[in-house]
Design a protein around this ligand. Structure first.
Ligand code: G6P
Length: 441
C-alpha cells in the first residue's frame, strides 16, 4: 500500500532569487508531518506548483516518494486561491461572516482547479493506493474521484475549524461541499467540536466515518535542538513575552497588542520590566483583507510604543518576516511567556512547539485554539477580554517556579505522546483498516 497525498501546498518549491535558482522549503507543521509520512511509506505527493521555476519540475523524485505538481494560470490562482479558498471558505470556517464573499467569488474556477487535481490523482493511481487529501482548498475532490468510478480508500483531513450548521449553511455551495466530503471513507478533524459540527450535517445514509486525530509536532526536534542565547540590549533582565503567527485576522493580533496596552494601563509598575517580541510572518499578501490588517496592526503597535516607550525601552518589538527554525527555537527557549491568543484557530502548532522547546516558560493560550483541548497546564484565556488577557500576563509574571514546572511537565507529557509519528500511525491504521470495519478506535 502506498499513499497519494494531495495538498494545496507542496513540501518545497523551486524559485528564483538574485538571478539564481533556489529551493523554498515549506516549513509548516503539516508539511513536516506529511514529509515524514511520505518518507516512511512512499508514494506520490500531488500539490500546486506555485514556485516561479516549478514548471521545470513537474515530476520530481525525492528519495522514497515522487512530487507531481499541478500548474495554475494567473486567473486560476486568483479564483481558486485568492477568492474562493481565502475570501470565502477561510472566513466562513472561522466564523468571520462579515468577511465572507458569498457571490461572484471564483467558485467555478475553484471547481475547475479541484478537477485538475482530480485528473492528476487519476493519472497517478494504482489499485492498492490510499488517497489522503488535505484541507479546505480541495473539498470537491472526493466526489469528483467517485464520479469517475474510483473506489480506492479516501481519507480526508480537515485542518481548520468546522463551524455550526447555521454558519455553514449560509454558504450557497454548502451542499456541494458536504456531498463531496461525505464520499470519503474517513474524514479526520483536530477536535471533537469540529467533528460533531460536521456530523450534524450528514444524512443517515452517509458512509463517511469521522474521527478526531489531532496533528502533533516533531517533539524530539523541538526538545533536543539547542537554541542560542538571545542577548540583546533591549531584553537585559526583562521578562520576555513571545509570539509568532502568520499575519491573519483569525490570530487575534490586534486584540493582543491592545491587551499589552491594557496591561500597562492597569499595572504601570511593569513599565520597563518586560519586552514583547512579536514576530509576524507574511501570508496571503495578494488578498485585500490581509493588506488592510497589516496596516491596522502596525498603527496600533506604533501608537502603543509611542505612548509607553522611552529612549531605553519599547514594550513591543515587532518583526514582520520569516525566521529560521534555529532562531525560532531560540525564542521558544528564552521566552518566559508565550502569548498565543487567536480569536479562533483549527489547532495551533506553535503552542505545542513552545511546550516541547521550553524549560521555564508559561503558555498563555486562547480557549478558541483547538490545541487548548489537550494542553491541560496552559493558562487559558478568552482573547476577546483585553482585561482577562492582561491579568493573565500579570499573574504569569508572578507565578512560582514549582507551578511553572508542574504545568510544563503535564503538557510535555501530552505533546511528546501524541507527536507527528503518533498522528501518522493513527492515519496509517485507518488506511489499512478493513473496509467494513468502521469501529472508532
Ligand atoms: C492554514 C491552512 C493550510 C494552509 C496554511 C498556510 O494552516 O490550514 O491549509 O496551507 O494555513 O496558508 P497558505 O494560504 O499560505 O497556504
Amino acid at each position: 500500500m502506498k499513499y497519494i497525498v494531495v495538498s494545496s501546498r507542496c513540501p518545497f518549491s523551486h524559485d528564483k532569487a538574485a538571478g539564481k535558482e533556489i529551493i523554498k522549503e515549506n516549513v509548516g507543521g503539516v508539511a513536516t508531518a506529511l514529509r515524514r509520512a511520505m518518507e516512511k511509506y512512499g508514494g506520490t505527493w500531488i500539490c500546486w506548483g506555485d514556485g516561479k521555476l516549478d514548471g521545470k519540475y513537474l515530476d520530481e523524485d525525492v528519495g522514497k516518494y515522487r512530487i507531481r505538481r499541478v500548474m495554475l494560470s494567473v486567473p486560476e490562482k486568483h479564483g481558486y486561491y485568492d477568492l474562493y479558498s481565502n475570501r470565502t471558505l477561510w472566513p466562513l470556517f472561522h466564523y468571520f461572516r462579515e468577511r465572507v464573499k458569498y457571490t461572484d467569488n471564483g467558485y467555478e474556477i475553484y471547481r475547475r482547479v479541484n478537477e485538475k487535481f482530480t485528473n492528476m490523482i487519476v493519472q497517478s493511481l494504482s489499485p492498492e493506493d490510499v488517497i489522503w487529501i488535505h484541507d479546505y482548498q480541495l473539498s470537491l475532490v472526493p466526489k469528483m474521484l467517485r464520479d469517475r468510478g474510483i473506489t480506492n480508500r479516501i481519507i480526508f483531513t480537515w485542518h481548520i475549524p468546522w463551524v455550526s450548521k447555521e454558519m455553514f449553511e449560509t454558504l450557497p455551495e454548502s451542499r456541494d461541499i458536504i456531498d463531496s466530503l461525505s464520499r470519503s471513507d474517513f474524514i479526520t478533524f483536530h477536535t471533537e467540536t469540529y467533528r460533531k459540527n460536521f456530523t450534524d450535517l450528514l444524512d443517515e445514509n452517509s458512509r463517511a466515518k469521522s474521527l478526531v486525530i489531532p496533528l502533533g509536532i516533531d517533539y524530539r526536534y523541538f526538545s533536543k535542538t539547542r537554541g542560542t542565547d538571545i542577548k540583546s540590549y533591549a531584553l537585559m533582565d526583562r521578562k520576555l513575552i513571545f509570539s509568532i503567527d502568520r499575519l491573519d485576522y483569525t490570530k487575534g493580533l490586534v486584540n493582543r497588542v491592545l491587551s499589552i496596552e491594557e496591561l500597562l494601563r492597569r499595572h504601570p509598575d511593569l513599565v520597563g520590566k518586560f519586552v514583547y517580541v512579536m514576530i509576524v510572518t507574511p501570508s496571503r499578501t495578494t488578498v485585500s483583507d490581509y493588506v488592510a490588517m497589516k496596516r491596522e496592526l502596525e498603527m496600533h503597535i506604533g501608537r502603543i510604543n509611542g505612548e509607553f516607550g522611552s529612549i531605553s525601552w519599547m514594550p513591543i518589538l515587532y518583526m514582520y518576516r520569516k525566521i529560521s527554525d534555529k532562531m525560532l527555537v531560540s525564542y521558544y527557549k528564552n521566552a518566559d511567556i508565550a502569548l498565543i491568543t487567536p480569536l479562533i484557530d483549527g489547532l495551533n502548532l506553535v503552542s505545542k512547539e513552545f511546550v516541547a522547546s521550553s524549560d521555564k516558560g508559561i503558555l498563555i493560550l486562547s480557549r478558541f485554539a483547538g490545541a487548548s483541548n489537550c494542553l491541560d497546564g496552559a493558562v487559558v484565556v478568552n482573547p476577546n477580554s483585553l482585561g482577562e488577557v492582561a491579568e493573565a500576563i500579570y499573574s504569569a509574571m508572578n507565578m512560582g517556579e514549582d507551578e511553572i514546572r508542574e504545568r510544563l511537565r503535564k503538557m510535555k507529557e501530552e505533546v511528546s505522546r501524541r507527536d507527528t509519528d503518533w498522528w501518522i500511525r493513527r492515519i496509517n491504521a485507518i488506511a489499512k483498516r478493513k473496509i467494513n470495519d468502521r469501529t472508532v478506535t
